[in-house]
Design a binder for this molecule. Structure first.
Ligand SMILES: *[C@@H]1O[C@H](CO)[C@@H](O)[C@H](O)[C@H]1NC(C)=O
Ligand SMILES: *[C@@H]1O[C@H](CO)[C@@H](O)[C@H](O)[C@H]1NC(C)=O
Ligand SMILES: *[C@@H]1O[C@H](CO)[C@@H](O)[C@H](O)[C@H]1NC(C)=O
Length: 323
């Protein structure tokens, strides 16, 4: 019976068993954001991202990459880094000039994202897409592909401009299908200690400003954890509270994250609520913070053992008196 109960408990209690260790980032992408205000004013931003972690910046004045982590170069040599800077300088210069010469009739924002991603099977898939005003515009691999849609004729024109540059597609092909996969693997390896670290969250509860009279806002804080995926929920027993509101992920300078979830309840209903937190750093052991009630485990043990001892003592006394 006890065994059966234990098995049932193991099945019914939500443990951290469905929380697998986070695999960490698997992709590298370069993001370009270019704003063209008129025929002379333009501003470019460039950045390099490993998953959702920025590892490269771009100094548009000097046209050089900024390495934000000690391991951001992967295993690229300084010569290769200089070559890459060169390629991107040519690209930005040519891109700006062509846009200003040919497309001066509208103000616009161009965004492109290009890079490669490691699939679960081990294959690496590369892509490069451009968007104008947030809408797909073109994609580039071994050639330029205008995206279907209202601006496809304009995209065709841009693709024609690209085609004028001799060797541009050889360069893009080389970057996408050779440099990127090699760099991705090497930077994942170089940054391993940082990327696969597990930092446990600090947690606490507080009450926020009461939104309406007679109500209380319960706030559950989870701070300084890594990696980013985390699960937080206000619970009553095993019941997830649907009114749980999750805030925004806020970054710390050391790359860890902060998050808070809130729940608004009538003041009388706060007792018995708990904030449950799942995170890969917790080794499958969920954190549970009880609102307004913290029974130390020692007290629980005492509460069970003292009556048991008294009962045993009574039993011994009873036997002793009968003899
Ligand atoms: C181009 O746009 C910039 C930024 O909006 C502005 O400061 C500049 O005066 C404009 N130049 C011309 C020639 O319109
Ligand atoms: C290039 O992109 C086009 C359009 O997205 C796609 O049909 C084609 O298979 C891609 N080629 C390669 C080599 O990835
Ligand atoms: C860099 O790392 C990649 C991927 O691990 C590897 O294929 C390549 O040979 C390395 N290059 C050098 C110069 O070590």
């Amino acid at each position: 019976m006890l065994l059966l109960l234990l098995v049932l408990l193991a099945v019914l209690l939500p443990g951290g068993d469905n929380q697998e260790a986070s695999p960490g980032p698997t992709s590298f992408h370069i993001i370009q954001i270019s704003a063209f205000a008129n025929s002379t004013w333009t501003k470019h931003c460039g950045s390099g991202w490993l998953g959702d972690l920025q590892i490269h910046g771009w100094d548009s004045d000097t046209g050089t990459a900024i390495f934000l982590k000690p391991w951001s170069k992967g295993n690229l040599s300084d010569v290769e880094v200089a070559e890459m800077d060169n390629i991107f300088q040519c690209y930005y210069f040519g891109f700006t000039r062509e846009v200003q010469e040919h497309i001066f009739d509208f103000q616009f924002k161009y965004q492109s994202i290009g890079g490669c991603e490691l699939q679960s099977g081990g294959a690496i898939v590369s892509s490069w897409k451009g968007a104008v005003g947030g809408l797909d515009f073109l994609s580039i691999n071994t050639t330029c592909w205008p995206a279907p849609g209202p601006s496809s004729s304009r995209a065709e024109k841009v693709c024609e401009i690209f085609a004028k540059y001799k060797g541009i597609f050889d360069t893009v092909e080389h970057l996408l299908y050779e440099t990127c996969p090699r760099f991705l693997l090497s930077v994942l390896e170089a940054g391993k200690v940082d990327l696969q670290r597990q930092v446990k969250p600090k947690t606490w509860l507080s009450s926020g400003p009461s939104p309406e009279p007679g109500h209380v806002l319960l706030v559950c804080h989870v701070s300084g954890f890594y990696p980013k995926p985390v699960w937080m929920m206000w619970m009553r027993g095993q019941q997830e509270q649907q009114g749980t509101q999750q805030g925004d992920f806020l970054p710390n300078a050391d790359g860890t994250w902060n998050l808070r979830t809130t729940l608004e309840v009538a003041a009388g209903e706060a007792a018995g609520l708990a904030c449950r937190v799942k995170h890969s750093s917790l080794g499958g052991q969920d954190l549970v913070l009880y609102w307004g009630r913290s029974i130390p485990i020692g007290l629980v043990i005492l509460a069970i053992t003292v009556p048991a001892l008294i009962f045993l003592l009574g039993l011994v006394l009873w036997f002793w008196r009968r003899r």
